[in-house]
Ligand binder design. Structure first.
Ligand SMILES: Cc1cc2nc3c(=O)[nH]c(=O)nc-3n(C[C@H](O)[C@H](O)[C@H](O)COP(=O)(O)OP(=O)(O)OC[C@H]3O[C@@H](n4cnc5c(N)ncnc54)[C@H](O)[C@@H]3O)c2cc1C
Length: 304
């Protein structure tokens, strides 16, 4: 890809948002792993976003939007083309009684706090899911049987053709860690959520309960990307990983967490290759011992 073409086009079109070249994506993932993006753009507003998408279309450059990078393993040679990370203008929250309009770049943790402040219930489960609203909708993020799908009413997104479209919840086909916008080249811009009136103390108590469960069970203070595998029907992925003796297994500076076997942690300077080695090793062992093909929850992007 000719980066100079992009540089010139961005100047010509007066894009005022942050644009970086050969930006290390480890700066944008919770695992702190990931090679460079050819072009990394953080549009501040819809106008700049549309300009960037039109450049990508005109020069046939692929783009990929990322949120907080908390469900990603980006490989060591990074991502060719354009990586988009929504900035300021996509981080707005507007409350109107129990209806909330939320920008796709808003952090779930912050959103959950704002809902608590307004005594609105429905986002307690999201109190420490470290992603953005956009990533949470794509993955139908959940905790303890509470899902994004329970609160989303509609989603507004930008298509590859640079058109803004809105779709209602019934068309999104929310499922376990997916909805039907996943894998399509669309950029979620905002969503409307419907919450319930609640009691501040009860909401706070649910939040504290969720935080306690996580703190006792998950390696929250180590670099990680949440659960590596989806739970297969009738099983917990973490239990299967333990049963095949992979808990604590390590490769380089990557390690299967000894606190929760469905988490892999970066003990500092692990490569994506190290993490991938552990993922593949677990998959082989679980297939061999139980005949179960584990499905990955973590998304692997980029070039090895
Ligand atoms: C400590 C820890 C705990 C976690 N706990 C949970 C949990 O309890 N439940 C749970 O479900 N997940 C959990 N996760 C995983 C992760 O936080 C969620 O999947 C989250 O929703 C991902 O959001 P993100 O912004 O980080 O998305 P990213 O990881 O950046 O991206 C994920 C996917 O969403 C797409 N995407 C992101 N933004 C947009 C957008 N605006 N438009 C279109 N596509 C977009 C990306 O292209 C990618 O396909 C955890 C992760 C960590 C590190």
């Amino acid at each position: 890809m000719n980066i100079d073409i992009i540089k010139n086009e961005c100047k010509k079109q007066r894009i005022n948002s942050i644009i970086k070249y050969n930006e290390p994506l480890k700066n944008h993932t919770s695992l702190r792993i990931g090679g460079p993006a050819d072009v990394f753009c953080s549009p501040n507003n819809i106008e700049d976003l549309k300009k960037v998408v039109s450049i990508s279309k005109e020069y046939d450059i692929p783009f990929r939007v990322i949120g907080n990078g908390t469900n990603l393993l980006i490989l060591d040679n990074g991502i060719r083309g354009l990586v988009i990370n929504l900035n300021k203008g996509f981080k707005k929250i507007e409350f109107s009684d129990k209806i909330v309009k939320v920008g796709a770049g808003v952090s779930l943790v912050y959103l959950s706090k704002m809902a608590l402040n307004r005594e609105l219930s429905g986002l307690e489960f999201a109190c420490n899911i470290p992603g953005t609203l956009g990533g949470a909708i794509i993955n139908n993020a959940s905790f303890k049987r509470n899902y994004m799908a329970d609160v989303v009413q509609d989603v507004t997104f930008l298509t590859r053709e640079n058109k803004i479209e809105r779709t209602s919840k019934s068309n999104l086909n929310f499922n376990y860690r997916e909805c039907n916008l996943k894998g399509k080249s669309v950029i979620i811009l905002e969503a409307t959520l419907l919450l319930k009136g609640g009691n501040k103390e009860e909401i706070e108590s649910k939040i504290s309960e969720n935080i306690e469960i996580r703190e006792t069970k998950q390696p929250l203070y180590k670099l990680n990307a949440g659960s590596i595998f989806k739970n297969p029907p009738d099983y917990y992925a973490g239990e299967l990983v333990e049963k095949v003796g992979a808990k604590g297994l390590s490769k380089g500076r990557a390690e299967v967490s000894s606190k929760h076997a469905n988490f892999i942690i970066n003990n500092g300077c692990a490569s994506a290759g190290d993490i991938l080695y552990l993922i593949e090793e677990i998959e082989k062992r679980v297939k061999k011992n139980f005949g179960i093909k584990l499905e990955r929850e973590i998304e692997i992007l980029g070039e090895p």
